[in-house]
Ligand binder design. Structure first.
Ligand code: FE2
Length: 145
C-alpha cells in the first residue's frame, strides 16, 4: 500500500529533512507500484540498493539537524537508524544470496513501510518541538558575551 505524505502529521519543520522524507516515501511508493505490477524481484534489488545509500545520506543529515536543535530524541533517533541499517543490510544479503519469493518480497515491503511510517511519526517528528524552541546551535565565536 502506498504511503501518503501528510504534512500535518509528518512535517518536522526542517525543510531539508522533510524534503528527504518525501523523496524516501516516493521511492518506497515506486517500489510498491513495481510489486503490484509484478516486477517484485527486479524492483527489490534496485530499491534496496537505493535505500541503503539514501539511508546513510539521510541519517547523517537528520542526526546533524537533531544535534543542532538540541533535540532530546537524538539518541533514540540514532538507535532507530541503526535498526534500519540492520534491516537493510540483512535484506540485501538475503536477496543477493537467495533471491526472494513473492511472499518474502511482500514481507520485506511491509517491514520497510512499517519502519518508515513509525519512525517518522514517533521519532523524527520530535524535531518539530525542538525547531520551535531552539535556534540552531552554532559555534560561539565570541565566548563571554
Ligand atoms: Fe530519523
Amino acid at each position: 500500500m502506498k504511503i501518503e505524505w501528510d504534512p500535518d502529521k509528518m512535517a518536522t519543520g526542517v525543510p531539508d529533512v522533510d524534503h528527504q522524507h518525501q523523496e524516501w516515501i516516493q521511492r518506497y511508493n515506486e517500489f510498491d507500484e513495481a510489486l503490484s505490477a509484478g516486477h517484485g524481484l527486479e524492483a527489490i534489488r534496485s530499491t534496496l540498493d537505493f535505500f541503503a545509500n539514501y539511508a546513510e545520506t539521510h541519517f547523517a543529515l537528520e542526526e546533524a539537524r537533531m544535534a543542532e536543535y538540541n533535540c532530546p530524541a537524538a539518541a533514540a533517533n540514532r538507535a532507530d537508524h541503526q535498526k534500519m541499517r540492520i534491516i537493510l543490510s540483512g535484506l540485501r544479503n538475503y536477496v543477493a544470496k537467495r533471491g526472494a519469493s513473492l511472499i518474502e518480497v511482500e514481507g520485506l515491503r511491509q517491514k520497510m513501510s512499517d519502519w518508515l511510517i513509525n519512525h517518522i511519526l514517533t521519532i523524527d517528528i520530535k524535531l518539530r518541538d525542538c525547531v520551535g524552541k531552539e535556534t540552531p546551535s552554532k559555534p560561539n565565536l565570541y565566548p563571554g558575551r
